[in-house]
Design a protein around this ligand. Structure first.
Ligand code: SF4
Length: 554
């Protein structure tokens, strides 16, 4: 096989994407360039000695490129490849389930409103993301209260013959059974959209007109509702920090980085008011700052329908024009990427940077804290490795029926939800915890699991005492897994006692002080496994009850 340097020499001068791949052909990093040859030669033959670049060069064993016609296509292709392959060293917003958005189903003739963590191209309008789920839910609550937009699903909507309780309590005008005219309902939805877009001046004006009209026609209830909505809006305006005189809609973005850790802050300003702040964090990032910024812009805004006309960024970057074109196509109007040099907009970018730095500082302190916990755990449990990856298994069932085994995974102190697994117990229908544990472990670590190619954790934690630990060890032995560290965590019998940790070849539990950080960390993982299992278990039971009900009534 050609060396990386030889492969680099074959790169063309056209725009496109370049791919760093590892030994097993796994995608390590995807980048884009206006001139592939120039960019890749800067990696190999330039004077660039940034650690992230030398790291990539050491890790990669293959280097490939895909040519595109334009820089804009390269941006799009890079975005697609990142989504598809999720390279370890690129930023990836796909896992960004922390942020919640509000969806208004404008594709429907009588749109409904809901919160969602999935933003897809389906003709609906999405607003947000919101920094807190509570904030998004509060906004939906206010919308149903003042604008009475429906919250039922489209399916429910089309099957109604009578309005639901929402109508009775004045939270919906019941378009499902045509108790409101199409035009009037459309006005309600328009108000809600203006509200979500932060267009308070326009909305205030509309509400005042509507209130006066309702009073004139002696619709006092409606007039009172409009008055309350006005109060709410005025209250919100007073609460929001006004950052610029004369309005202005823009996002201000900046980030801070130390090594591979990056914290990015986005401040949303609408009509001159600071509406929200979003914080993103990324680890093991090998992108250069320009690529990081452009990757973020593409990944973040291509998912959104409410792109502001101006996005303030800390510096300009190669491919900025192509980025603007892409955002213009997506939003249907001009979007400018601006690096303000002075004035209030510059201050906003600096404010975003300060927020990012603070967040990064907090993250690093947390990281140092978890390092300490993990090394203490390694020592206490006699592990040869620091237990960076911990998996925990818990079984939940209802007297042995509808049992599920839940497996959660924590990496460096953080839950890794993409590595969570649920196993519906197939083999047993009796309350045999041991047998169920055996089945789950076989399915996770046995031959059946080999196709999943999930790496083994540094330690496997079992919910239970000595007995469960013995079962786990027996199961692992049966399936030929050796060298995997295992521990069991048993709940304290008395409130004044602490939970107990059992490890193989030791009769008595390992002693941890009650409330010690190490013990609390293991308890948190066990509780998460329990929560994850129960949540699914409840869902299964509800589904079963509904099916049983449907069968008996048919
Ligand atoms: S009243 Fe009708 S439209 Fe309104 S929420 Fe209930 S079912 Fe949906």
């Amino acid at each position: 096989m050609k060396s990386l340097t030889e492969q680099a020499r074959t790169f063309p001068t056209s725009p496109g994407v370049y791919l760093f791949k590892g030994k097993k052909n796994e995608m390590l990093y995807v980048g884009k360039a206006k001139n592939l040859k120039k960019r890749i030669q800067a990696y190999f033959f330039g004077k660039d000695d940034r650690t992230q670049i030398s790291f990539l060069l050491k890790k990669a064993s293959q280097l490939e490129f895909i040519v595109t016609d334009t820089e804009k296509e390269a941006l799009l292709l890079e975005n697609t490849l990142i989504k598809q392959h999720r390279p370890h060293y690129n930023i990836d917003l796909r896992d960004d389930k922390n942020y919640i958005s509000i969806r208004i189903g404008l594709e429907h003739s009588s749109p409904g409103i809901a919160t969602t963590r999935r933003v897809i191209k389906d003709g609906a309008s999405y607003f947000g993301p919101y920094a807190s789920a509570a904030g998004a839910r509060e906004a939906v609550d206010q919308i149903t209260r003042f604008f009475r937009v429906r919250t039922c699903t489209d399916r429910e909507f089309s099957n109604r013959v009578r309005p639901c309780l929402k109508y009775d309590i004045g939270r919906c005008t019941a378009p499902c059974v045509k108790l409101v005219s199409k035009e009037a309902y459309a006005h309600q939805v328009e108000d809600a959209v203006l509200f979500l877009r932060g267009r308070s001046r326009e909305l205030l004006h509309r509400l005042k007109e509507r209130m006066d009209e309702a009073s004139l026609q002696a619709h006092f209830e409606e007039a009172a509702r409009m008055r309350d909505a006005l109060f709410l809006l005025e209250g919100l305006n007073a609460k929001q920090k006004v950052v610029v005189h004369g309005g202005g809609d823009y996002d201000a973005i900046s980030f801070a980085r130390v090594g591979d850790d990056v914290s990015l802050c986005l401040l949303m300003v609408r009509h001159g008011a600071l509406l929200d702040r979003l914080q993103y964090r990324f680890h093991h990032i090998k992108s250069e700052d320009d690529d990081l910024l452009s990757d973020f812009l593409v990944q973040h805004y291509l998912k959104r329908s409410d792109i502001p006309p101006e996005i303030l960024i800390p510096f300009s970057f190669e491919g900025q024009q192509a980025g603007e074109e892409l955002l213009r196509e997506k939003s249907g109007r001009a979007v400018r990427l601006i690096t303000p040099k002075r004035g209030l907009k510059r201050d906003m970018v600096l404010l975003a940077e300060r927020n990012a730095q603070e967040e990064l500082k907090r993250l690093r302190e947390k990281k140092e804290g978890i390092e300490e916990i993990l090394s203490q755990l390694a020592q206490k449990l006699g592990l040869s490795n620091i237990p960076r990856v911990v998996e925990c298994v818990d079984i939940s069932n209802l007297s042995g029926r509808e049992a599920v085994g839940s497996l959660v995974c924590f990496v460096d102190g953080e839950p890794q939800k993409n590595r969570y697994r649920l196993y519906t117990i197939r083999s047993l229908n009796t309350p045999d915890d041991y047998g169920m544990m055996m089945e789950v472990l076989k399915r996770r670590f046995g031959v059946e699991a080999s196709g999943l190619s999930l790496p083994f954790p540094d330690i496997l934690l079992i919910d239970g005492g000595k007995g469960q630990l013995a079962v786990a060890l027996r199961a692992l032995e049966e399936i030929g897994v050796t060298g995997l560290s295992v521990a069991a965590i048993a709940k304290a019998k008395e409130e004044r006692e602490s939970d107990q940790i059992y490890i193989p070849l030791r009769k008595n539990p390992v002693t941890f002080k009650k409330g010690s950080k190490e013990l609390l960390y293991l308890m948190r993982i066990r509780d998460e496994a329990h929560r994850f299992g129960l949540k699914t278990h409840r869902k299964q039971r509800t589904r079963k009850m509904l099916t049983d009900k449907a069968t008996s009534s048919s």
